[in-house]
Design a protein around this ligand. Structure first.
Ligand code: ATP
Length: 235
């Protein structure tokens, strides 16, 4: 469904990605794990169109989206919940969700809002509260809910566990599993929290300095001694 082929990208002279190949099939949760600065965020952002790839391709259902404008990529069904959540702090929860619906079909708005609020009852209780006053976990729910409002075909999640307490992380990961199982949502999850991500994902990739060094099923990677030593110590 989503295919990344030999993708190169970076910021001016700084090259962050050196030929990435990743595939996410329909209905899968695929994770990309890697240390700080490995290039995880850059990969998600390049898939969404900024920064632009300097080489290689991104295909969505076989269609080349590499050089498309960002809004068009969003309309084709890629929704991105960015690192650090980036919710609109002064807007209400409802207004944040409405922003997410901009890339979607207005005819689906009421139904999609109901679905998202069904998934995140905490947001329903706080619809008129300003986004900036939510807890970290609630802000993460809002960021994911906002991405779902466009009824995407692939949901891209950038470090949803960042800065959250362990119990809250577990809850967020349970919700991601639920979105995948109940709605058949295809998910590409970028995470530093390798333990949780690999337990959740059907398949995973390991990114080191802008290159994929390992790939396998979630269970294979969890059992891999190299991964255990580098990413799972104490996990
Ligand atoms: P983190 O978990 O810390 O966000 P990451 O794996 O997502 O790490 P990236 O943020 O993609 O990594 O960074 C990859 C490389 O690109 C790093 O060397 C980083 O310093 C560099 N980089 C990231 N953003 C920029 C930018 N806006 N301008 C210049 N270089 C950048």
């Amino acid at each position: 469904m989503l295919a990344v082929e030999n993708l190169h990208s970076g910021y001016g002279r700084i090259q962050a990605l050196h030929g990435i190949d990743v595939e996410v099939r329909q209905g899968e949760i695929v994770t990309l794990i890697g240390a700080n600065g490995a290039g995880k965020t850059t990969l998600l952002m390049t898939i969404c169109g900024a920064p632009r790839a300097s080489k290689g391709r991104v295909l969505l259902d076989g269609q080349d989206i590499t050089q498309m404008p960002m809004h068009q990529i969003a309309r084709l069904g890629l929704a991105h919940s960015p690192e650090g959540r980036r919710i609109f702090g002064r807007m209400s929860v409802l207004e944040n969700l409405q922003m997410g619906a901009v890339a979607g079909d207005p005819a689906h708005y009421a139904e999609d809002l109901d679905k998202v609020l069904g998934l995140f009852p905490r947001l329903r209780e706080r619809l008129n509260q300003r986004g900036g006053t939510l807890s970290g976990g609630e802000q993460q729910m809002l960021a994911i809910g906002r991405a779902l409002m466009s009824r995407p075909r692939v949901l891209l999640l950038d470090e949803p566990s960042l800065g959250l307490a362990p119990l809250v992380v577990r809850h967020i990961f349970d919700l991601i599993r639920q979105i995948n199982q109940d709605q058949g949502m295809t998910v590409f999850l970028v995470e530093q929290n390798a333990h949780h991500a690999l337990k959740l994902a059907h398949r995973g990739y390991v990114l080191v300095n802008g290159r994929v060094t390992l790939a396998g099923t979630g269970a294979e990677l969890l059992a891999n001694p190299e991964i255990r030593a580098h990413y799972l110590e104490g996990g």
